[in-house]
Design a protein around this ligand. Structure first.
Ligand SMILES: *Cc1c(COP(=O)(O)O)cnc(C)c1O
Length: 379
């Protein structure tokens, strides 16, 4: 099956009872047994639920993995991966990371004796230098948030495999429509399905996909033991979202290209961070590992004024000021005071996240309307 077909049919079997085309929302906590331990594959909904299983099979299919696991949020999925570790273990991670992931790493898991080392990964040699015998996971976002750096997954996977380190990729920004990390050698793909996969800003959900059976069993054990699962209604909504992922992503990318071109030619705009621009410092690797360049764009204004950035955001009418991304509607955010406020200013600015940086999640409205909204707000 090719990708577009997989988003609709991957891992799905017709429902047995009445032939329902969509898997029913099995809103149940438990399942009847005919004799102790004798059941139809389902015992208790923390462990398994048919609606969640349908979603998990779909996730595995679209990411070219063998096993999918769905969680109550993206952070719950990351939490499950980190629980593979023991006190004393180390994780190497990208330095311009989603703020919530950074908070989970440094404010929760460091208390349990797990150590995190942050570095830019545009040059993978910086990762090599941090590896030691305690390194167990390399955690990567690409494109990074919000600087849109692109990290070479294939080259990192060679480094990781050599040292028997797990390579985990947060694929939230790219989605499997643009980039398939497992095929590039990663061990774990993670998603905040809240964003593009579900795609309609109506659900919070997280996902993991792996190929390796032993790793899947460990993660499933944690999913059940810690219990951070998603409910059947949210599983259903995400599954429905995935069925149009390919059509939405195509339009998202087309709109982003038009907006990035508009911004880069605007006299009041300083820098535009979008990997599709030839001037983007990782454009070449983006071209190699992604099929298009996504719809997340960051930009800074000339003079780097905090106040002006806030004014622009307040003046936007079609772009909604909100956290999150990846929905059909366009959103704008100010990372320094919103999503990345939990990262210390010094650390933020080291990675280029300065006060005037505005981040756009370009939706699937008409590009002309989005551009005229940006134009009036910047003016
Ligand atoms: C939103 C997001 C997360 C966290 O996911 P939630 O579903 O909000 O818990 C993790 N990584 C990235 C890149 C995100 O955008």
């Amino acid at each position: 099956m090719k990708f577009n077909t997989k988003t609709i049919h991957g891992g799905q079997i017709p429902e047995k009872g009445y032939g329902a085309v969509m898997p029913p929302i099995y809103q149940t906590s438990t399942y009847s047994q005919s004799s102790p331990g004798k059941h139809k594959g389902y015992e208790y909904s923390r462990t398994h639920n048919p609606t969640r299983c349908a979603l998990e099979n779909s996730l595995a299919s679209i990411e070219n993995g063998h096993y999918g696991l769905a969680f109550g949020s993206g952070l719950a999925a990351i939490d499950a991966v980190l629980k593979l570790l023991k006190s004393g273990d180390e994780v190497i991670s990208t330095n311009d990371l989603y703020g919530g992931s950074y908070r989970l790493f440094t404010k929760v898991f460091e208390n349990f004796g797990i150590n995190f080392r942050f570095t830019g990964m545009s040059n993978t040699d910086s990762v090599k230098k941090l590896i030691n015998s305690r390194t167990k996971i390399i955690w990567v976002e690409t494109p990074t948030n919000p600087m849109m750096n692109i990290i070479d997954i294939k080259s990192l996977s060679k480094i990781a495999k050599d040292k028997k380190i797990l390579l985990a990729i947060d694929n939230t920004f790219a989605t499997p429509f643009l980039q398939q990390p497992l095929d590039l050698g990663a061990d774990i793909v993670m998603h905040s399905a809240t964003k593009y996969l579900a795609g309609h800003s109506d659900v919070v959900l997280g996902a993991l996909v792996v190929k390796n059976k032993e790793l899947a069993e460990k993660l499933h054990f944690i999913q059940n033991a810690s219990g951070a699962i998603c409910g059947p209604m949210d599983s259903f909504l995400t599954l429905r979202g995935i069925k149009t992922l390919h059509v939405r992503m195509k339009r998202h990318c087309e709109n982003a290209k038009k907006i990035a071109t508009f911004l880069i030619n605007h006299p009041k705009i300083d820098k535009v961070f979008w990997p599709g621009l030839k001037t983007h410092h990782n454009h070449q690797i983006a071209k190699e590992q992604m099929s298009d360049f996504g719809a997340m764009i960051s930009f800074t204004t000339k003079g780097n004024s905090f106040k002006k950035a806030i004014q622009i955001i307040e003046n936007l009418k079609l772009f909604t000021l909100a956290e999150s991304l990846g929905g059909v509607e366009s959103l704008a955010g100010h990372p320094a005071s919103m999503t990345h406020a939990s990262i210390p200013k010094k650390e933020r600015e080291l990675s280029g996240l300065i006060d005037s940086l505005i981040r756009l999640s370009v939706g699937i409205e008409d590009a002309e309307d989005l551009i005229s909204d940006l134009n009036q707000a910047i003016r």
